[in-house]
Write a protein that binds this ligand. Structure first.
Ligand code: UTP
Length: 285
């Protein structure tokens, strides 16, 4: 079995739901408490044993490259002032462990993933949508990689949502269940209300075999006139093992305003230095 060594972070989207905040700043750089969303995703990848990071960027996303680069002025100034720079310790990669590829037009998640095909090469890889903040012990991708060691093939994360929300997401058509693993019989992107085959949505964590790149090569535009990853994955069902991993941790949809605010409040309560203040303030509202 080939290990999962590479992670793709598609960050080429326009983030229109968050305008004007995302006019000049990538959505993935919005902070939850004190860390940008993209860093949570990178840390989740590292926890899962993944070391090679591939970012699929677009115009106006250079802040992400700067975030994961050396900041000479900041680091030198902090050192001169005797300040520890632990806070930025997680923001560097080993030389050669990071690659940036540009998605020239944001025509869909499937297209963004396909833009990374030459760097991914012929091995299974993980995909992280950083605007979905997944909090678990261990982290979501670590749990998925552990499950992958049993099943091989393709694994998408699965997360239960109320029935009236399924039309917003890619949804799993479920087969047999074995603990947290659910056989995937089909996948539907944004099913019409009342027609979803289950309540199990796919919240932006995937382990896929490289064959998906060949499927994406010929993928027509789907929902929203975008090239959809869900449609390409659906075509692989039956050829290779395909499972959903039911994630039991916390999920915050930080691509939406309410999800983002909820994440900030919930994670603030996990920070001992500010939790009491935040709890007391929220109680006054
Ligand atoms: P979204 O559906 O959240 O789209 O993309 P978006 O453009 O980021 O945000 P809104 O809806 O306009 O507010 C899901 C993920 O896929 C990436 C996004 O960056 C996000 O991580 N994506 C989407 C791309 O990389 N390229 C695309 O063409 C579309």
């Amino acid at each position: 079995m080939k290990p999962i060594r590479k992670a793709v972070f598609p960050v080429g989207g326009l983030g229109t739901r968050f305008l004007p905040a995302t006019k000049a700043i990538p959505k993935e750089m919005l902070p939850v408490v004190d860390k940008p969303l993209i860093q949570y995703a990178v840390e989740e990848a590292r926890e899962a044993g993944i070391e090679e990071m591939i970012f699929v960027t677009g115009r106006g996303k250079s802040a992400i490259e700067d975030h994961f680069d050396i900041a000479y002025e900041l680091e030198t100034t902090m050192a001169d002032r005797g300040k520890a720079n632990d806070a930025i310790a997680g923001t560097r990669f080993r030389p050669g462990d990071v690659a940036y590829v540009r998605q020239q037009e944001p025509i869909g998640l499937g297209h963004a993933v396909w833009c990374a095909r030459h760097i991914v090469g012929d091995e299974p890889f993980a995909i992280f949508l950083a605007d979905e903040l997944m909090i678990g012990e261990p982290g979501c991708m670590k749990q998925m990689v552990d499950a992958y060691h049993q099943t091989e093939g393709n694994i998408v994360c699965g997360y239960e949502v109320p029935a009236d929300q399924t039309h917003n997401y890619g949804i799993v058509d479920p087969g047999e269940e074995n603990g947290p693993l659910v056989e995937v019989k089909g996948l539907v992107e944004k099913p019409a209300q009342g027609s979803a085959p289950s309540n199990l949505m796919i919240p932006g964590r995937y382990i896929l075999q490289p064959e998906v790149m060949r499927v994406l090569e010929d993928q027509e535009r789907g929902a929203g006139n975008e090239i959809q990853l869900t449609d390409a994955m659906a075509q692989m069902i039956g050829d290779q093992p395909f499972h959903a991993y039911r994630f039991g941790g916390r999920r915050f949809d930080c691509g939406s305003k309410s999800g983002f605010i909820n994440a900030n409040i919930a994670l603030a309560l996990d920070h001992d230095d500010i939790a009491d203040d935040v709890r007391a303030f929220v109680a006054t509202l």
